[in-house]
Design a protein around this ligand. Sequence first.
Ligand code: AMP
Length: 220
Amino acid sequence: MRLILLGSPGAGKGTQAKFITEKYQIPQISTGDILRRAITEGTELGNQAKMIVECGKLVPDEIMIVLVKERIKQPDCASGFLLDGFPRTVAQAEALHQLSDIDYVIDIDVPDQEIIQRLTGRRIHPASGRIYHLIYQPPRNPGLDDATNEPLIQRKDDQEDTVRKRLEIYHAQTSPLREYYKNYTTQNHTTIPKYVRIDGAASVETIKEQIFERLDTLGR
Ligand code: AMP
């Protein structure tokens, strides 16, 4: 089970990734999480990526491709993996398909206006990664994590001007991947990734059910 989750920032890829990886017992590879961890730890990768991530631009393809190449070589990826946030450019996709076959591409499609509302209201508990939303999923005490009572933060790249920039970059560089996967033809590989489009404006539960249903049907 090797999957890619496509969709704009804030489409709900991370949320759905958790359900899918639990059901299929495969690791979630979130390139955004890997970069944020590297930034917090102050590693060389983190220092290279910090400014780029904080202003919502894309980290260069060469860096991302090496990072994913090393990650999918790890033993826990032997029976599959889910890529969340990679590929984000056609060049990344082409490099990925040199490294591995992919079985499914799940594209979660959400209108920009909804993305802006979702992302600018998002708050995070940095230590656990727990996610809240000022309107849709507020914490019990404003500004504090339910379990620990520690302060929640807003990611710098969730501020409105940065969100708009991330969406622009998404439309320019990542959304061409939709056509890429709809028209995918194999070169050296035997597996053609099955492209699944999901309406991401629905509820979390509905989206989850739709994804599982499509994967079940296509897997038969
Ligand atoms: P995400 O959490 O997936 O929205 O990623 C947060 C940020 O990390 C993005 O806005 C980019 O700056 C960077 N990033 C994550 N994945 C990639 C990728 N595949 N290519 C380039 N930059 C990435």
